[in-house]
Design a protein. Structure first.
Length: 385
């Protein structure tokens, strides 16, 4: 099978290419244009059509979904596998998702169920995966090299969209800010239910739109309400989640966090950015406890961070995510918390129980190699095309 891979600076790009090579497919790489990433790019579509014909390709693959690629596949009659790992990701609601050439995999089963419920048959639940060959050298070296007690890798979302700053600058609608604060506080008390979009009345959506105008594309299967909830409120909730957990843990333990801003969280140590392929696996492998504090727009899915932690043999403590329980067993492969207090208690427990922590991490590592590698996942998807 001849495969075209649409390349951009995404996590996992090298890994999926290595897996496809191992599976002995013919791979042709074409860069994804910036215009195609953020909108419709007719020139890119034309170029991709020519590439498909020139290479006699059978399939196009990309991380995340792009209408410009789907259009090229429609014009040439070949399949398009788009594997979504971002959240929120508004393009998964684009009207073109119903194109019959599409096989769109999303790591969040909620999204697949939601769209399937609207009659969309081209979107499927496809959990993320790891490159066990790349990670095994870190996992094999980890024993006796635990550098950190508790680690977190990811964005803090302290500067995401500057939402509240823009509300203030627009005229200090304190009633709106007070209401949104209450919604955010209520959401923070709930670990398995998302109430953000349903809490935004038409009036509230209009008032937010007066400050941060957004119009969904024609034919979209989502709404302005959902966009405001996922792109503006969810990052704010996530920032507060991560801030409180990291700060409270740092009052009791040594906590290191890796992020791209210099934002300070209490007594925790801000270690700056880490490279996804070379440095991040070392953090996960050499930490006693790795935290996953999910972005609140992810309703049920397993974030790539969680897969990477288990894939390198690190111990994972995560917030409650329903899809974790479809593939892994709590207490055997990972553990989870449903409140900040519970997270603090469990960190203390596992730091005091080395053998149990190591047993869980080792079991997760074996499970990842057995069931959740790129080679395995791609074979599953290709069997459905």
């Amino acid at each position: 099978m001849n495969i075209i891979y649409a390349d951009w600076n995404c996590f996992g790009g090298r890994d999926i290419l290595e897996a496809l090579s191992d599976m002995e497919y013919q791979i042709h790489i074409i860069g994804l244009s910036k215009s195609a990433r953020y909108g419709q790019d007719t020139e890119y579509t034309d170029r991709l059509v020519n590439c498909i014909k020139d290479k006699n390709a059978d399939l196009v693959i990309s991380f995340n979904y792009y209408p410009s690629i789907s259009e090229a596949c429609m014009r040439t009659g070949i399949r398009y596998f788009a594997w979504i790992y971002d959240s929120p990701y508004v393009k998964v609601y684009d009207r073109s998702i119903v194109n019959n050439v599409n096989y769109i995999g999303t790591f969040d089963s909620f999204t697949a169920d939601e769209l399937n419920g609207k009659g969309v048959t081209t979107v499927h639940y496809v959990p993320l995966a790891v490159n066990s060959k790349r990670l095994e050298r870190y996992a094999a070296e980890q024993y006796g090299k635990e550098w950190h007690e508790v680690s977190f890798v990811g964005s803090l979302y302290n500067d995401k969209n500057k939402f509240y700053e823009r509300l203030y600058e627009a005229g200090r609608d304190m009633q709106l800010i007070g209401y949104l604060d209450a919604v955010i506080d209520a959401q923070r008390q709930l670990c398995s239910v998302n109430i953000l979009d349903e809490s935004l009345s038409d009036d509230v959506v209009t008032r937010i739109g007066n400050v941060m105008p957004y119009k969904i594309a024609d034919g979209s299967l989502t709404s302005e309400r959902r966009v405001y909830a996922d792109y503006y409120l969810a990052p704010r909730v996530t920032f507060l989640d991560r801030q409180e957990i990291i700060t409270r843990l740092a009052d009791r333990h040594s906590v290191d966090y890796y992020t791209y801003t210099d934002y300070k969280l209490g007594k925790a140590h801000n270690r700056g950015k880490v490279d996804y392929y070379e440095e991040m696996p070392m953090v996960f492998a050499y930490s006693k406890i790795n935290l996953n504090i999910s972005l609140r727009s992810i309703r049920t899915g397993i974030p790539l961070r969680a897969m990477d932690i288990m894939g390198v043999g690190g111990f994972l403590l995560t917030n409650y995510q329903a899809d974790m329980f479809r593939h892994f067993e709590a207490g055997k492969h990972f553990d989870y918390y449903t409140s900040v207090d519970e997270a603090v208690d469990k960190v203390g427990y596992y730091l005091s129980n080395d053998s149990e922590r190591s047993r869980i991490a080792a079991a997760a590592y074996e499970e990842m190699k057995l069931r959740h590698t790129y080679n395995i996942r791609l074979k599953e998807v290709f069997g459905q095309l």
